[in-house]
Write a new protein. Structure first.
Ligand SMILES: Cc1cc2nc3c(=O)[nH]c(=O)nc-3n(C[C@H](O)[C@H](O)[C@H](O)COP(=O)(O)OP(=O)(O)OC[C@H]3O[C@@H](n4cnc5c(N)ncnc54)[C@H](O)[C@@H]3O)c2cc1C
Length: 465
């Protein structure tokens, strides 16, 4: 890698090569996982380049291609599997300055990839009472490009499913990593080439997302004596077609009282809860439904006069649950699980009972292929990597697929098999394999045996310096 020649060639662009600052921007939330923390703690890029336009992205990619320098794209670095970490060094391509909202119309927003999700929602609401269909719980900091390339779903998935479902992304503009980078417009089936591909096969520069009607969402927390009751309630609420919700997350005791510090005064020790976002016009119906089931409304955002210092309900949910627990107890880590329809409740309860004192359940209800089911982000008291693997194996043996949050590759974190569409597109868009190296096993080692039970070790992972 001739980095000084590259730097000369990129003269005029915003470049940072102060090692401390480069290391800062070479990290994401990989430390959520004790396994990734051990493997990736030393990883750092060689320089940060922050383009301000698509033309500058093209300039960077062409120059890096010429000099054989790896490029790892970065939104705001909130991914939690080391997705945005430059395993072989090189350029960290920081897209945060490409944050323009280009246009808003009925049902659509077009913006640059670095636009922050909450800013898109705010602009859409002000423009025409609209909002994004779904957003990660990191909406206030995450970029839309990072969400599409690294995320999967979140707040709103109870109505709209996940990011990879047809219709939840309309169009992406993507720049390829070639001697003469091309700009491609992807729609329909082609979107699957780059959604949740960690930027391994193209840099997203512009996105077009569907919008839906924005409502005043009311945060509510409903308390229960045990987790099974909270889970049953969450499932029943999710099936109420007439009550418009945006978030339904049952969370087991002792998590809420122990870790939701800002809300602690509303919660009882030993109480399991369901965290809900409900549309203001559905609130009366929601309260009547909750009374009928026997849930105890311990927090109602519509009647709390002083909300100062209280985070929005969605910042208690998704991966924020783990973050809040980690702030109190650094030995906590987590799993990502699917409890498949139609047995989601039976499976979630079975797994909840299997690891007393070691695993604390956290469900996220979603609409998945037209059915209501739930994902789980249970918290785990970490002891050893072997035990963590065993807990995941027991989930899989019980019919609950694991999306391994302790691996940095696409395949191990996903369906444990080659994604032929993404691989074929990488051959076309990044023939030298310079984009975010080490994240796609199918590219690095086509003969890799996913059933071997061993962790994939990327040969190009830089050594601790
Ligand atoms: C507390 C917490 C809560 C979270 N909640 C959720 C949640 O509810 N739902 C969810 O899906 N995820 C969640 N995540 C994970 C993460 O926040 C989301 O994936 C987020 O949207 C990532 O956005 P980002 O801008 O930080 O992306 P980054 O972390 O910067 O990047 C994510 C991936 O996308 C690639 N990338 C970034 N920009 C581009 C681009 N323009 N072109 C190509 N590739 C690109 C990066 O290389 C990386 O592989 C959470 C994480 C944390 C720490």
């Amino acid at each position: 890698m001739d980095l000084s020649a590259l730097k000369t060639e990129l003269d005029g662009l915003k470049i940072e090569d102060n090692p401390a600052l480069v290391q800062q921007k070479s990290r994401d939330f990989y430390w959520y996982s004790p396994v990734l923390k051990r493997q990736l703690d030393h990883v750092t890029g060689d320089m940060i380049v922050s383009p301000k336009s698509e033309a500058e992205v093209i300039r960077v990619l062409a120059a890096c291609h010429r000099h054989g320098v790896p490029v790892t794209p970065r939104g705001t670095g909130t991914g939690n599997y080391g997705q945005a970490m430059p395993l072989s060094g090189g350029v960290v391509l920081n897209l945060a300055d490409m944050n323009r909202i280009v246009s808003i119309s009925r049902g659509r927003v077009v913006c640059e990839a670095g636009a922050v999700v909450a800013d898109i929602d705010k602009a859409s609401r002000e423009h025409s009472g609209q909002e994004l269909r779904l957003h990660p719980s990191t909406a206030s900091t995450a970029s839309i490009g990072g969400f599409i390339a690294g995320g999967s779903g979140g707040v709103g998935s109870i109505n709209w499913g996940g990011l990879r479902d047809f219709g939840n992304v309309i169009r992406l503009r993507v720049v390829t990593m070639e001697a003469e980078p091309r700009v491609l417009e992807l729609t329909g089936e082609d979107l699957h080439k780059v959604t949740h591909a960690y930027g391994t096969n193209g840099i997203i520069t512009e996105v077009e997302m569907p919008l839906t009607a924005a409502y005043d969402w009311v945060d509510v927390i409903v308390g229960f004596d045990d987790f099974a009751a909270a889970a049953r309630y969450g499932n029943a609420l999710a099936c109420q077609d007439g009550i418009l919700t945006k978030e339904i997350a049952p969370i087991s005791a002792p998590v809420p009282h122990l870790y939701f510090k800002r809300h602690q005064k509303f919660l009882r020790e030993g109480q399991s809860v369901c965290v809900v976002m409900v549309a203001e016009q559905s609130l009366d119906a929601f309260l009547a439904f909750t009374r009928r089931i026997g849930g105890d409304v311990v927090f109602n955002g519509a009647t709390i006069a002083d909300r100062k210092g209280l985070p929005p309900a969605y910042e208690l949910a998704w991966n924020h649950t783990t973050l809040r627990a980690l702030r109190v107890d650094p030995s906590i880590t987590y799993l990502q699980v699917l409890y498949p329809f139609p047995n989601q409740l039976e499976l979630a309860n079975r797994m909840d009972r299997m690891f007393p004192g070691e695993l604390f359940s956290h469900l996220e209800f979603v609409r998945f292929d037209g059915n209501i089911t739930c994902f789980g982000l249970p918290l785990v008291k970490f002891t050893t990597e072997e035990r963590l693997d065993e807990i995941m194996r027991l989930h899989e043996e019980n019919g609950c697929p694991i999306f391994n949050a302790h691996r940095y590759t696409l395949e191990e974190g996903g369906m444990k098999q080659t994604d032929d569409i993404q691989l074929a597109f990488k051959r076309e868009a990044d023939p030298q394999g310079l984009l975010n190296p080490g994240k796609m096993i199918a590219w690095e080692n086509p003969d890799y045996d996913y059933k071997s039970g061993r962790t994939f070790l990327f040969k190009g992972l830089q050594q601790a310096r």
